[in-house]
Write a protein that binds this ligand. Structure first.
Ligand SMILES: [Zn+2]
Ligand SMILES: [Zn+2]
Ligand SMILES: [Zn+2]
Length: 282
């Protein structure tokens, strides 16, 4: 960020400081921009008399002042830093440079929710439950939960149900039950197909139709084929690696894999490249 701001400032004749600062403002994370605003810079022409390379020199000075060898941290310090950075990111959703995902796995196919972190306060409870190791971390976690509750109240947009692009359920080790046509076999459809095909699943020793998915799991949105982009690489793996999957989950391999799962790696690669270029295609 600093170097591209410096490059821009070099080509301008007067008010170079202003250009440099304005570029930094656009490029740096909100956190630093707030710090910069508090400097209350008034004399933007002060540096115009300086050598044109002054901003490049500033950048080099900054880089030199960073120690060659980073400080060493203990594991619990690293845990605390991760938790505090994470909570900072969650409570700074206005920062467009970094957006953290929710990550809650689908209870059936285990694909992570792709909405932004903190969209559902139910999710954040228990998120850290396994990693609370020190009093400091516990405090950070408690504060994060408080902030999430506040943001939930202030923004209904942010409080949405979990949602994910569901994968072939068998990839998570799910098998058809003994009453089905394929008892013990890895399950080929994804959650959205199961809803469309009016299939059922077992949860808490009871059978539920997939159309009641969002009632059985109230914090989740009902999987829908219209909302869903198919996870072609996941389908490719399900199509091509049945013996390995069956062995990994001690299950029977799927005898009826949908032919639409038979993607080629080159198609998948092209689709990913298009996504990176920003031309969403299908
Ligand atoms: Zn799912
Ligand atoms: Zn979620
Ligand atoms: Zn998606």
């Amino acid at each position: 960020s600093i170097s591209s701001a410096a490059e821009k400032a070099i080509v301008v004749d007067s008010g170079r400081t202003y250009v440099f600062i304005a570029c930094l403002r656009d490029l740096l994370p909100v956190y630093f921009v707030e710090k910069m605003s508090s400097l209350e810079i008034q004399d933007y022409a002060a540096c115009d008399g300086q050598n044109r390379d002054v901003f490049r020199e500033i950048k080099n000075d900054i880089l030199r002042s960073i120690p060659k060898h980073g400080p060493s941290f203990q594991n619990n310090q690293i845990d605390e830093m991760i938790a505090s950075v994470r909570s900072d990111m969650i409570t700074r959703q206005q920062n467009d440079s970094v957006k953290l995902r929710c990550g809650e796995p689908c209870p059936r196919c285990e694909i992570s929710c792709h909405l932004e972190a903190g969209h559902s306060s139910q999710n954040s409870e228990g998120k850290y439950s396994g990693t609370v190791t020190t009093p400091t971390l516990f405090t950070i976690t408690a504060v994060t939960k408080q902030l999430l509750k506040v943001s939930k109240k202030s923004s209904s947009e942010r409080f949405r149900k979990h949602d994910s692009c569901h994968q072939p359920i068998g990839l998570a080790g799910m098998i058809w039950d003994s009453h089905s046509s394929y008892p013990g076999q890895l399950c080929a459809p994804n959650c959205a197909m199961q809803v469309r095909n009016r299939q059922s699943f077992i949860h808490d020793n009871a059978t539920h139709p997939y159309v009641k998915f969002d009632i059985v799991y109230p914090e989740w949105r009902l999987p829908s084929m219209e909302q869903q982009e198919s996870l072609k690489l996941r389908e490719y793996i399900f199509y091509n690696y049945q013996p390995q999957l069956a062995a990994a989950y001690s299950a029977l391999s799927c005898s009826k894999i949908p032919s639409e799962y038979n993607h080629t790696l080159s198609t998948i690669k092209r689709q990913l490249e298009n996504m990176i270029d920003g031309n969403s295609s299908d």
